[in-house]
Design a protein around this ligand. Structure first.
Ligand code: NDP
Ligand code: 8X3
Length: 256
């Protein structure tokens, strides 16, 4: 039987890793991209021993670098290319929280280059394959931060607002090709996200989730799996999902 592949960017931790686990459990073969190849290989070994019937291919790719994306895709076999069903554009990050006047240009560049341009570079390479296959589903990782700006979130919020726009634009442009485009827009999910944002400061990272129960990466993976497994004629455009203790990107019910 033909295998069904999902390509997940940013599969080395958090939501991407949880997605790799749920899709593997449900018989999908995986193409995993991230910079930390050792983490991908470890995940690949775990999933291959749990689910020997699936294929898992890991590639060290920095999505900010179109050449690295191209090199990885050039290694795809024809069978794999013909059977890419889903592209999950998940790789992303926030760096720091500060007012706009105190922002660090290198942080801004990295967020925009990863969250927006990386998503575009990877999509640009996969979309022609999906058009050729006459099928496909692109799922973009937005955020509640892309729906409403919060204090000191400026450039991260802007990068996710751009993902929101690009998701809508892709849905229009890919309409004639029958390619589905969805977005998922989570609130606070406890992953490595805050550790990355606060540049390794464990106390600041933990503090983000104090006083309420955040979402888990697995909660988001369940929703993404649901998105991806609708009947052919159904395209869920967007899922906004928050912890029960979060109303929007600003209001939390924290019990401290
Ligand atoms: P993690 O930090 O746990 O995971 C981020 C993933 O992105 C890692 O696998 C990382 O891999 C990858 N990544 C980062 N930069 C690059 C790059 N340049 N090239 C390739 N891969 C990269 O955080 P989350 O799982 O929480 O984040 C996943 C996505 O979800 C992000 O887009 C984030 O903005 C979004 N999101 C997160 C929320 C949260 O509260 N956690 C809420 C809403 C959205 P590696 O370092 O190995 O390259
Ligand atoms: C991540 C959620 O609210 O920390 O996108 O920006 S938030």
């Amino acid at each position: 039987m033909e295998k069904k592949y999902i390509l997940i960017s940013g599969a080395s931790s958090g939501i991407g890793k949880a997605c790799a686990q749920i899709f593997a459990k449900n018989g999908f073969s995986l193409i995993l991209f991230a910079r930390r190849i050792k983490k991908l290989e470890q995940l690949q070994n775990e999933l291959k021993s749990l689910y020997p019937e699936i294929e898992v291919h890991s590639f060290q790719v920095d999505v900010r670098n179109p050449k690295e994306i191209e090199n990885a895709i050039n290694q795809f076999s024809l069978g794999l290319k013909n059977n890419i069903h889903i592209l999950l554009n998940n790789a992303g990050l926030a760096l720091d929280r500060s007012t706009i006047d105190k922002g660090i240009i290198e942080d801004w560049d990295q967020m925009i280059d990863t969250n927006l341009k990386g998503l575009l570079y990877l999509s640009k390479k996969i979309i022609p394959i999906m058009i050729e296959n006459k099928k496909g589903h692109i799922i973009n990782m937005g955020s509640i931060a892309g729906k409403e700006v919060y204090p000191e979130g400026n450039v991260y919020c802007a990068s996710k607002a751009a993902v929101d726009s690009i998701s809508k634009a892709m849905r229009i442009d890919l309409l004639p090709h029958g390619i589905k485009v969805s977005q998922i827009s989570p609130g606070a999910v406890e992953t490595e996200f805050s550790l990355v944002r606060y540049k390794g400061n464990v106390d600041l990272a933990k503090n983000v989730y104090n006083g309420f129960i955040p979402l888990k990466a697995e909660d988001i993976a369940e929703s993404i799996f649901f998105l991806a497994n609708q009947p052919e004629h159904v395209c869920i455009n967007d899922i906004i999902i928050t912890p029960t203790a979060q109303a929007n990107s600003v209001f939390f019910n924290k019990i401290l």
